[in-house]
Structure formats: C-alpha cells, structure tokens
Design a protein around this ligand. Structure first.
Ligand code: GAR
Length: 198
C-alpha cells in the first residue's frame, strides 16, 4: 500500500513530533517524510534525525516583519517532500492565510487548551487564573484564524488543588501525546469525527 506522507513542523523539544512519528508504524496509513523547524537549536531536530527522518531548518529571523517571505521559504521543503498532510507540533509561528490556503483541509495543529478557550499563549496559567476545574488539549484543522478551525479531537483532564502552570502543562502534555496520534490516524483515514479522550 502506498502511504500518505506527513511533514511535521516544530519549534522546540518536539515531544509531540516524537509521539506522532512513533505511532506511524505497521498498518498506519501515514509515514513521516520531513521534520522542519524555524529554529536550528530545536531539540526535536536531533530526535527526528535519530529516527531516520529528513530534517530542514527555515529560520524566521532573517524575515523579521515579513511573514510572507518566511513562508515562501517554508513551503519549498514541504513541496519538495511531497507532503500530503502537515502537522504543526509546537510550531510557534503564526501563519498567514496565503500559507494556510496551500494546505487547506490537510494541516493540523495541537493546542494546549480546550479550544475555543485560551487561544494563544500561557494557556495553563490562564486556565488556573480563571478557576477552571477542567483543562486539556485540542487538535484542530488549521484555518486562517489563530487556534481556530474545526476541532478534530480533545482530551480533558481535571485541574487539581495545588496545580501550577508547570504541573498542569506536564499532565496536559501526556494527553497531547495520546491525542495527536489518535487524531492523525483517524484523519488520515478520512474520518473527521472528533476523537474525545479519555
Ligand atoms: C505543546 O504543549 C504544544 O501543545 C504547544 O507547545 C508544546 C510543544 O511541546 N503548542 C502551542 O502552544 C502552539 N501554540 P513539544 O515541542 O514537546 O511537542
């Protein structure tokens, strides 16, 4: 069988990238073709290379203030790798409508909150400040609006007494590692019903 090809975009440690890559084995319909980072120091690059995956770096800094010029570079390795699906996994750059439209309906993102709550940054601190009793993570299709787009999966966890942004982030991350592979697998099979965990 011919596998679909997924490219994964990261900016940091890449633990979600690793969970995705490690899930794409056996009868999984998708295989990783490329990991791209906007930061040459991103720890995830070494983890990808250690797994035999091609890597690329497209540094955003030389393009400060010109997102479209950055994206014109970013798209080149994605096209060269013939990616069918693009997974944003801790990729911390905002993308323009021009870029997003090139991958419409085939680009996913994971976000550390129960969207539509807490788009943007500092999601764990914001959930705590609001006194939420429940928090979690969301995988959604990427559209032009930040942290928006159809929800493809969510994992919910309780907020417990004594939680700090760090303890909450660590517990949410464990669920990210379950949720994102589950969503990718279902999405790649053409099934867009949301995955709800636990
Ligand atoms: C994850 O918690 C992910 O949800 C978050 O960054 C972290 C990356 O960790 N993404 C965002 O905040 C996107 N706005 P990782 O590099 O270990 O996967």
């Amino acid at each position: 069988m011919s596998h679909k090809r997924v490219a994964i975009l990261i900016s940091g440690g890449g633990s979600n990238m690793v969970s995705l890559v490690d899930s794409m084995i056996g009868d999984h319909p998708v295989r990783p073709c490329l990991v791209i980072s906007n930061d040459a120091e991103a720890g995830g690059l070494k983890k990808a290379a250690a797994r035999g995956i091609a890597t690329a770096v497209v540094d955003h800094l030389p393009f400060a203030g010109d997102r479209a010029a950055f994206e014109a570079e970013l798209v080149k390795p994605l096209l060269a790798a013939e990616a069918d699906i693009v997974c944003l996994a801790g990729f911390m750059r905002v993308l323009t409508v021009g870029f997003v439209s090139q991958f419409q309906g085939r680009m996913l993102n994971i976000h550390p909150s129960l969207l539509p709550k807490y788009k943007g940054l500092n999601t764990h601190a914001r959930a705590l400040e609001a006194g939420d009793t429940e928090h979690g993570c969301t995988v959604h299709e990427v559209t032009a609006a930040l942290d928006d787009g159809p929800i493809l999966g969510q994992a919910r966890i309780p907020v417990v007494p004594g939680d700090t942004p760090d303890t909450l982030a660590a517990r949410v991350l464990e669920w990210e590692h379950k949720l994102y592979p589950a969503v990718l697998r279902r999405f790649a099979a053409g099934d867009r019903r949301p995955v709800l965990l636990p």
